[in-house]
Design a protein around this ligand. Sequence first.
Ligand code: C5P
Length: 232
Amino acid sequence: MSTNRKRPSKRLQKEIKLRLVITAGPTREYFDTIRFISNPSTGRMGYAIADAAAKAGHRVTLVSGPVELAAPAGVKVIRVETAEEMLKASRRAFAGADAAIFCAAVSDYRPKKRADKKLPKQMMNRRIELAPTPDIAATLGRAKGRRVTIGFALEDHDGRAHAERKLVRKHCDAIILNDPGNVGSDRASAEFLVRGGEWQVWPRSTKPQMARRIIQSLQRLWAARTRVTKAE
Ligand code: C5P
């Protein structure tokens, strides 16, 4: 076996079976028992990645915010609502995992206070004080050891520059720069950057096709990390 950084063969890639954590969907950050801050993420990209990973033979734990999607076949789904819950469930799954793909649209802020009853309109403070939520990718990335992690960046301007900073800040091995037009759409276009590499422009494709491409890229990263390269 060679120890150089050649692409692993298709056969070797097929033999790679990983334990994966995938985060997906939005989070909800409540300020009383009913009302919350959230975003319109549908979770479709994360669920498509989980499905593609399971079909490729990987063992997948999908930590999902509230979405309208059914669990993909063969995937263990842990349903959560808040960023704190998502961090807790992801951390537990990550402890026994080889890799993670952070696809969730985690709310950046949460209300500082969560009332234990629905607040009557008259009693609602018209200013909601906010506190930052934990960054799941960055928190788990800091102590990831040899695990491979991939993040997403959704940007509407200076995408590559923002994504490059996120790649480093979140300790990811690679980042997918997502187009805002992909949200809620059947198709997706993206650019992909591996640490120390060059940007690759991925063609517009369906989300399942994009998901398969992401899983193949993850397998390549894993193979490079464990130095499984094509036997010449
Ligand atoms: O900072 P931003 O939200 O743009 O970063 C996007 C990436 O970080 C995605 O991979 C997302 O799932 C992840 N993220 C996270 N926890 C957060 C915010 C983002 O895991 N609180």
